[in-house]
Design a protein around this ligand. Structure first.
Ligand code: E4P
Length: 217
């Protein structure tokens, strides 16, 4: 499973990329607004830190506007992935970029039928939003399972990018359901490594090591 970080904060991106665990980055208009930075400037900086796919979202709702904005964003760096909303205009733009050889991430997916359409349009990634479905008492993980089944039935190459991940358990469940990628907020990525028994074990080993007067170097 690939890990993308879901943020526009370059400090977090740099720190996590240096661990060697990060394969790419996703941003959205809200995350960019939160960073308080110029959109194109921040995307260029992220692309210089992470060589993997970096999703940058269009703001237009019309096909022509999406194509114009996407073409502009694609010029920022060769690893920019154009993020498009799951609407008929967004799917038409997805097909356009597929034909141009430009990678796309179709976002705001909340149903299996939407994911089926994105795959038919030739999306590189489909982003089902797990957390936002859970928020309204639906089952986000069931959606990932259904999309996995449908894509496997027809050998669609579109990668399932589990999005709107809110907890370490979401990551485990998305991995079990066969998501190709998870895009995860920085604090949740950090939590994945943490376990109280790991900390307790380290404390115990170090205590015994010091008491025995051992050294390695
Ligand atoms: C995905 O690409 C989105 O940026 C993101 O995962 C949305 O997450 P949220 O529902 O926590 O805002």
């Amino acid at each position: 499973m690939k890990f993308f970080v879901d943020t526009a904060e370059t400090k977090d991106i740099k720190e996590l990329y240096e661990t060697g665990l990060l394969d790419g980055v996703t941003t959205n208009p809200s995350l960019v607004a939160k960073s308080g930075r110029d959109f194109k400037e921040v995307i260029a900086e992220i692309c210089a830190i992470v060589p993997g796919p970096v999703s940058a979202e269009v703001a237009s709702l019309e096909y022509d506007g999406m194509v114009a904005e996407g073409e502009h964003l694609a010029k920022i760096a060769s690893n920019v992935v154009i993020k498009l909303p799951l609407t008929l205009a967004g799917l038409k733009a997805t097909k356009h970029f597929k034909d141009q050889g430009v990678k796309t991430n179709v976002t705001l997916c909340f149903s299996a039928n939407q994911a089926l359409l994105a795959a038919k349009a030739g999306a590189t990634y489909i982003s089902p939003f797990i957390g936002r479905l859970d928020d309204i008492n639906l089952d986000g993980m069931e959606l990932i399972e259904n999309i996995r089944q449908i894509y496997d039935n027809y050998q669609f190459e579109t990668q399932i990018l589990a999005a709107s991940i809110r907890s370490p358990n979401h990551v485990t469940q998305a991995a079990l359901a066969g998501a190709d990628v998870a895009t995860i907020p920085p604090d949740v990525i950090r939590k994945l490594a943490a376990h109280p028994l790991t900390d307790k074990g380290i404390d115990g080993f170090l205590k015994d090591w010091k008491a025995a007067g051992q050294s390695i170097l």
